[in-house]
Design a protein around this ligand. Structure first.
Ligand code: FES
Length: 138
């Protein structure tokens, strides 16, 4: 979770903090059409990290099954395509075909009512409602 929240960027609710296993992860996407912006949030203890769901190797989404982003022990993020492993807190690739490259970090925070909020520069995605997280803010 970033300590410098950029209030100038649009933000989206992803899920309630207590919906996330510890450790756990949840994907989301913003926008419609064939190429919505895809991201995911990761919880470790009381911290939240968020990344674009794009592997630096061949730009595949990391999860072949919805919301399966972590290794079985919950210690690292895994790309399901070719097995790259990423440091959970930094997104740095530790093993696999893109060692030394990093996932794109997104700004995230825990907002009012313990809802995980995520944001990114508007240049990365069109403003709109998150679809696909299954989270209803109504
Ligand atoms: S696309 Fe992720 S490891 Fe190849």
């Amino acid at each position: 979770m970033s300590s410098e929240w950029n209030a100038g960027w649009p933000e989206w609710p992803v899920c309630r903090f207590d919906e996330l296993a510890n450790p756990g992860a949840k994907g989301f996407f913003v926008g419609d059409g064939e190429w919505p912006f895809r991201g995911f949030v990761v919880r470790k203890d009381q911290e939240i990290f968020a990344y674009a769901n794009v592997c630096p190797h061949q730009r595949h989404p990391l999860d072949s099954l919805p919301d399966v982003f972590l290794t079985d022990d919950g210690e690292t993020i895994r790309c399901s395509s070719h097995g790259a492993l990423f440091h959970l807190e930094s997104g740095l690739c530790l093993f696999g075909p893109c060692v030394g490259h990093s996932l794109m970090n997104l700004e995230s925070r825990i907002g009012f009512d313990r809802i995980v909020m995520d944001t990114a520069p508007a240049s990365l995605r069109d403003a709109g409602e998150i679809i696909g997280s299954g989270f209803d803010t109504a």
